[in-house]
Design a protein around this ligand. Structure first.
Ligand SMILES: [Zn+2]
Ligand SMILES: [Zn+2]
Length: 166
């Protein structure tokens, strides 16, 4: 790596052009110099990198908004399945939870009450507190639109009022 750094920037740029997308991404992260020299990968390049063994091994996926390869746990399960899955026809439409929770007009996002499953666990963008938290299930085991805390509060209030249910 030291020897490589002694080459002129033009040569670095040339070398980068001949590397695989995943190698370029790896090189970009090795030091501040390469981080600045190598342009941020495009959405298409990330999707290309995503279908390599390198990405499969690390279980990372592309987000269309933050343009990063992120671990599977940063996405809703359904964002990683079928057409939105790795190399799927709609993989370019996939976005991570963090981006999904940022309100931005004109783009696909999670709204209040959105129910998201991550690695099989139920989360909700709570209708009451507007926080993204583990979601509550009602007594029939159905997913609700509230987080555990809000649902629990309401539940105990309900009991305090003499057990009247909606
Ligand atoms: Zn993102
Ligand atoms: Zn809540």
């Amino acid at each position: 790596m030291i020897g490589l750094l002694h080459l002129p920037p033009e040569l670095h740029a040339l070398i980068v052009q001949h590397l695989l997308v995943t190698d370029v991404l790896g090189l970009k992260l090795t030091c501040a110099y390469f981080y600045t020299l190598i342009p941020a990968p495009s959405h298409a390049e990330l999707l290309q990198a995503e279908s390599t063994d390198w990405a499969r091994h690390r279980d990372v996926f592309t987000c269309r908004y933050c343009l990063r390869l992120r671990p599977a746990g940063q996405f809703a399960d359904r964002m990683l399945q079928r057409r939105r899955g790795r190399a799927g026809r709609n993989s370019s439409k996939r976005f991570c939870i963090e981006c999904g929770l940022k309100p931005r007009e004109g783009t696909a996002r999670y709204g209040p009450g959105a129910q998201v499953t991550i690695h099989g666990a139920f989360f909700v963008l709570c209708l009451s507190c507007r926080q993204f938290r583990p979601g509550a299930q009602d007594r029939f085991g159905r997913n609700t639109l509230e987080c555990l805390a809000c649902w629990g509060q309401r539940d105990s209030r309900r009991r305090g009022e003499g057990g009247q249910e909606l």
